[in-house]
Design a protein around this ligand. Structure first.
Ligand code: HPA
Length: 233
């Protein structure tokens, strides 16, 4: 049964789906890390693959950029394709001075300026949060590789180009980094009773203007991919 945005059948996806933002990164992961790989979605070019990693079945599909796109794909995967775990693997801009280019952040919680949660009509402010077991496993695996990771909150923004320049305000609250998809993923996981984790590599520092080269992005992505793949059960 296809959904409006995913042209696959029930059973085409594994229980765990890794979600980079970029479809070509999904292809890269499928081609370089998975075996017995099959293309399961190409609607709108949002490439999705299912294969095996060290004998464990796993899928990788792009989320696109921003909360609405991640909102659509993660909802359909959780609700209509029986996916239990989604691990976003993306990039983020550093807000904390403690973070450097290429550092990895495990997103424990996600502050947001998005109106996504208005749909739940809550009498207060919800806190989009990672699944603790997934977060702990990713932290443990990273340590085993000798990769230092930071664990904390990010700011999930609706805007990449922002007129208000509010990053200093978020910095005062101890927010580590800025990205654009984690809140939608965590809200959908909470609403559907499923599990989610967002892992980010720092690709730029908006407050200083530093950024990674395309080549650096590729190699540092590999640390994050390995951590995410090792979380698959
Ligand atoms: N802003 C928002 N999202 C991002 C950034 C950024 O600076 N870098 C990587 N993802």
């Amino acid at each position: 049964m296809s959904t409006p945005h995913i042209g696959a059948k029930k059973g085409d996806f594994a229980k765990t789906v890794l979600m980079p933002g970029d479809p070509l990164r999904a292809k890269y992961i499928a081609e370089n890390y998975l075996t017995d790989t099959r293309l399961v979605n190409e609607v709108r070019g949002m490439l999705g693959y299912t294969g095996s990693y060290h004998g464990k079945r796993v899928s990788v599909m792009a989320s696109g950029m921003g909360i609405p796109s991640m909102g659509i794909y993660s909802y359909e995967l959780f609700r209509f394709f029986d996916v239990d775990n989604i691990i976003r693997i993306g990039t983020a801009g550093a807000i904390s001075e403690k973070l450097k280019l290429r550092d990895v952040v495990l997103v424990m919680s996600s502050a947001t300026n998005s109106n996504f949660a208005a749909q739940y009509r809550l009498p207060g402010t919800p806190a989009p949060t990672a699944d603790y077991a997934l977060l702990k496993k990713a932290d443990d695996k990273a340590r085993q590789y000798g990769k230092t990771v930071s664990v904390g909150s990010v700011f999930c923004s609706d805007t990449f180009y922002d007129d208000a320049n509010s990053l200093e305000q978020w910095k005062k609250l101890g927010i580590l980094a800025i990205e654009m998809e984690s809140a939608a993923l965590y809200f959908n996981a909470a609403r559907t009773g499923k599990k989610a984790l967002c892992i980010c590599t720092i690709s730029d520092c908006p407050l200083t203007g530093e950024s990674c080269s395309a080549e650096e992005r590729q190699t540092t992505f590999n640390d994050m991919i390995r951590i995410a793949l090792e979380c698959v059960e």
